[in-house]
Design a protein around this ligand. Structure first.
Ligand code: B12
Ligand code: SF4
Ligand code: SF4
Length: 309
């Protein structure tokens, strides 16, 4: 085996040992096709009030600008499918936000992952990202052979569906590259398009972010949710899983082994009435380590009021 093969094998084994569910590797290069798709998405204002999506366009489509000397993009997936579900009458919270904030959990795990690579291989430069950096994470996952982009915009694996976080490690290490995921297993299915209550899923795998319940309930901050959407949220108070819940590939979802994602009892049980009664002080205390803190107490109160109106 040459050094590239040895390093690649070490990275894949380490990813598994560190509790990541998939590891795929792609050559770091500018994503020309994605740049066109992203530009069209932005030009059509599908990012709505998410103005941060307009920033760093070139960095977002070119990892070599984000990490100088970058040669490889390592994609890691982390399963977040819970083993317990919310109570039937609870205000619905996206599965990804039931436990501890994944940004913190995965960031810490990526740090260890990179350190283990350095300990084994020597001087390696790299940066790990999850969600908050200008990186087209879904595209890198598809390019690394991990899965395909479904009509609902999500990265789907054939083995276990789409309830995965995507993390990327961009590094100057030369590695063996996977082939992009060649097939698309959506076929003639349109379940996600038919089920989306706000018609946010458009043809050609385009999701209009500015129409998504996840956008309204998480990204709008303290702005008001448009009144014409009343009655359309199906009790979703934070995020929305509808287009994944209806996806036939998610019948293969398996409960995560990540203990940090163990659901908070409040999230499993609180009805809209109980959320409404929550003070700002207790919100801060209960959700200090949760992704739900992103919307702040005020945002959550707005969401709950909207569901009741
Ligand atoms: C902005 C954002 C949102 C916005 C806008 C959504 C959107 N469609 O972009 C809002 C707030 C609405 C949102 C919602 C959700 N999000 Co979000 N979001 C992001 C973020 C920060 C940026 C996404 C982005 O660049 N959008 C711009 C559009 C143009 O890009 P895109 O959707 O990624 O699509 C690209 C590819 O799919 C590609 N593409 C399309 N067809 C094809 C075909 C081929 C062959 C290829 C190669 C590429 C390709 O085209 C696009 C540009 O290249 C990413 C994190 C990140 N840094 O990537 C997380 C991320 C995409 N979100 C994630 C999640 C979990 C969600 C939710 C499920 C959360 C929830 N339950 O409420 C929903 C799902 C909504 C949906 N159906 O898409 C995960 C996705 C995991 C997965 N398995 O796919 C990510 C990757 C975060 C993470 N690190 O895990 N999100
Ligand atoms: S997350 Fe909900 S609102 Fe957003 S695209 Fe999927 S079904 Fe539609
Ligand atoms: S619901 Fe059907 S069309 Fe939508 S992503 Fe899943 S398989 Fe593809």
């Amino acid at each position: 085996m040459n050094s590239r093969q040895i390093h690649t094998q070490f990275i894949r084994q380490t990813a598994t040992r560190q509790g990541f569910n998939y590891c795929g590797i792609a050559k770091a290069q500018r994503l020309d096709d994605d740049a066109i798709r992203l530009e069209q998405w932005l030009n059509k204002d599908m990012h709505g009030a998410m103005k941060y999506m307009e920033n760093h366009f070139e960095l977002r489509v070119n990892p070599c600008l984000l990490v100088p000397g970058a040669r490889s993009v390592i994609t890691l997936l982390k399963n977040y499918f819970p083993s317990v579900q919310q109570q039937k009458d609870a205000a619905k919270i996206s599965k990804y936000a039931l436990g501890k904030d994944y940004h913190e959990v995965i960031r810490a795990q990526m740090k260890i992952f990179l350190q283990l690579i350095k300990d084994e291989i020597g001087e390696v430069h790299g940066r790990g990202f999850v969600d908050s950096a200008p990186v087209l994470e879904r595209s890198w996952a598809q390019r690394s052979g991990v899965g395909w982009i479904g009509k609902n915009g999500n990265l789907i694996t054939k083995e276990s569906g789409s309830f995965f976080f995507i993390a990327t490690l961009i590094t100057d290490l030369e590695l063996q590259y996977d082939d992009p995921f060649a097939k698309d297993y959506c076929g003639s299915c349109t379940k996600c398009i038919d089920a989306c209550p706000t018609e946010a899923i458009l043809p050609d795998k385009v999701v209009d972010g500015s129409k998504c319940i996840s956008y309204f309930t998480i990204e709008l901050k303290e702005l008001l949710i448009p009144a014409d959407l009343k009655g359309k949220f199906d009790n979703w108070a934070f995020g929305c899983d509808i287009c994944q819940d209806v996806c036939p590939w998610n019948r293969f979802s398996k409960p995560t082994h990540e203990t940090e994602f163990t659901p908070l009892p409040e999230v499993l049980n609180f009805t809209t009435k109980e959320w409404e009664a929550m003070t700002e002080e207790s919100f801060k205390k209960i959700f200090k380590d949760s992704a739900i803190s992103r919307t702040k107490w005020k945002g959550m109160q707005r969401n709950i009021k909207f569901l009741q109106s």
